[in-house]
Design a protein around this ligand. Sequence first.
Ligand SMILES: Nc1ncnc2c1ncn2[C@@H]1O[C@H](COP(=O)(O)OP(=O)(O)OP(=O)(O)O)[C@@H](O)[C@H]1O
Length: 655
Amino acid sequence: MGASTTAGGQSGRPTYPPGLRGLARFAAERRAALLVAFLLILVADAATLAQPIVTGHLLDAVIGRHSIVRIVALLVLIFVVGAVLSGIGGFVLSRTGEAVVRDLRVRLGAHLLYLRIAEHDRRRSGDLLSRASGDTMMVRSIVTTGPVTAVTGAITLIASLVLMARIDLMLLGVTVATMAVSFGAVFTVLPRVKPAALQTQASVGRLIAVLDRSLRAIRTVKASRAEERELREIEEQAAGAYSGGLKLSRIQSQITPAITLGVHGSFLVVLGLGGAQVAAGHLTISQLISYLLYLTTLAVPLVSVGQLMSDLQRGLVSFNRVNEILNLELEPVFAGPAQELETVAHAAPGGAAEITFEGVEFGYSDRRILDEVSFRVTPGSHTAVVGPSGAGKSTLLALVERFYEADAGRVLIDGRDVTEMPLNELRRMIAYVEQETPVLAGTVGANIRYACPDASDEAVDAVVAQVGLTGLVRRLPDGLDTDVGDAGVLMSGGERQRIAIARALLGQPRVLLLDEATSQLDALNELAMRDTVRNAAGPRCTVVTVAHRLSTVVEADKIIVLAGGRVAGSGTHQELLADSTVYQELVQGQLLPAAVVPHGRDAAGAEGRQQLDAFDTSDAFDDAEEPEVLAAGADALEMWRRAQRGTPGMRWLEP
Ligand SMILES: Nc1ncnc2c1ncn2[C@@H]1O[C@H](COP(=O)(O)OP(=O)(O)OP(=O)(O)O)[C@@H](O)[C@H]1O
């Protein structure tokens, strides 16, 4: 299923009610295959049911010393036809069940990818993973073996009862009464299956969530010596799953013997009563044997039906857990019929875009994060957003990307409200580098091409050079084909960041949103970041950076100061230093810890700045392992720092 089909189907994709009705409706989408399988099994069962009749005739023929050749041939034919058709029917049903589960998994996968970010915020990804794996497995078992058992069991049961009724009604009455007692016992334990299954599946979900959490932060777990604590949580959830599983086993261990006892009990009663009937001459011996054969034929489907009833309850719990996700609202990715997403790297048409916030209000829940936020970012400019931690800076970027929608007010791109633009069109024009600069498992090249898989090698080489990765790529054992490890763990933080920026630049976006990592970068990376941002902004691209480093801020054409959910000031670095106490405080304390505070001019700084501008970071990265180059990078950063001292009102804050 391609991306376009998946997303295009969002509006028309059927939803299912919870429970058996939903499961039946889901399975009914493959009714043609189910019907073929049903007919095959019907004929196979008819053949099985004919066996006792023909066996009865065989006995009569043996007792009456008639020829048995034709009857034996017929019996063999019935055996073979029954076995072959039941095999084919079972296979068709199983294949259909597998296809049903495949569809369920793909739909669930599509749903998880297209789910609104707010839903992902609310849920633990480990639990979602367990629904995609464990729960779909449970659904699989009831839609594969379930229909086979139900169809064959029901047919065999009804036909056997009809044929047994034709032999002796009284014996049938006794059989039904005995079986009713054992099924009564089964029905008393069945309601306990659902809560036990729910406990098991929910515990497994939480277990995977705990594991997922620990493995994602395995270094922190080890550094905090938290293995034992994590293990205790794992044990707790495993114990929950164990106790749920134990309850289910207990219930199952009552169901199977109850039915087996019912069948065996009725066999003995029928043998006794039937023997008396034969002795009294009301029944022939062959009729009694046929009856008893029917009774034994019943044993297997009845036990299977008992098992199915229990499995069905468990499967329904899993189906409901999967269906709960399938019924969640998705992002409206496509406005109309599915459109092709652009996968080739070329500039999004239109050049640098204008971004406007008009009285935007937003809160993740009841807590207001942004309050009447209004500002304009001019096309081609570089705007830095600064503010205290938690002020809502990243949230601003999320609203431009439309990960969330404003509660009031509007976010406009080139005068168009983002909520009225097709999401794929909006996101095609924007590149976004989030704070954690995620790198996905795979190769360096695949990561850079992630948004534009069809980009040419030349385009990739160009962005690799732009972010100063050429030297690294040359040194890597397999160049761009080198694996970055799970979540990019084999790369350094700075390398991951540059890979993420290269990925963003490859799409030649009209808007580049950079959520600067809060952690300090080394000298070279800090300079590279500054150069990259400076070079990206221009006639083709507008850059908005959530800035934590002064190197980014002072370069910006405009700085927006966000505090207390409001715009507390905007302007250039110099303007804000003069006008905004919030900005001054940020510069002193939080924007760049141990960095700069207002001070007088420093003529040497201006000279330092010129030298810094001449320092080519991309060349430096190419030889970043050379000690003299590293030293030159550090020198260049010091030059830049001196340049800041040359900036009106700035001096270094002593650590
Ligand atoms: N997905 C979310 N659900 C609920 N609350 C959130 C969510 N994301 C952020 N918040 C809260 O919203 C507020 C603003 O968060 P945001 O990440 O935008 O701040 P920020 O200014 O970028 O902070 P920082 O500089 O520390 O990265 C914070 O108080 C944060 O706890």
